[in-house]
Design a protein. Structure first.
Length: 115
């Protein structure tokens, strides 16, 4: 099974930068464990200093949708998302949170890759 590369963006509320960096410097162990159990590896979030957060990770499983449902079902992950969603604005029309509805983080199309 080939590795699937995922990239996404979301907008950070300007007033939330310090709090966002602080919570990500101390990610809850339950959230990190769930990420690993859902076959996500090499996960990074970058900030472009103009509101945009860019996330990239590798998915190494064989059921992405199923693993994302497992992620959503974890109460600690949902608590984490509620906290971080309050710091963000989604660029996805109709999105109202990470746990429900359309994707909170806007998926990006890969147009080039080289190893």
């Amino acid at each position: 099974m080939p590795v699937r590369r995922i990239a996404q963006i979301v907008h950070l509320k300007p007033s939330a930068l310090a709090a966002y960096k602080e919570c990500h410097a101390n990610v809850w162990p339950e959230v990190l464990q769930q990420i690993k159990e859902c076959n996500i590896r090499d996960y990074s979030i970058f900030y472009d200093n103009d509101r945009t957060l860019f996330a990239t990770f590798k998915y190494v499983g064989d059921d992405f949708e199923g693993d994302m449902e497992k992620m959503k079902a974890n109460p600690k992950v949902r608590e984490w998302w509620a906290m971080t969603d309050d710091m963000q604005d989604s660029p996805t029309p109709g999105a109202y949170g990470s746990a429900e509805g359309p994707s909170w983080w806007k998926p990006l199309e890969e147009v080039f890759y080289t190893e």
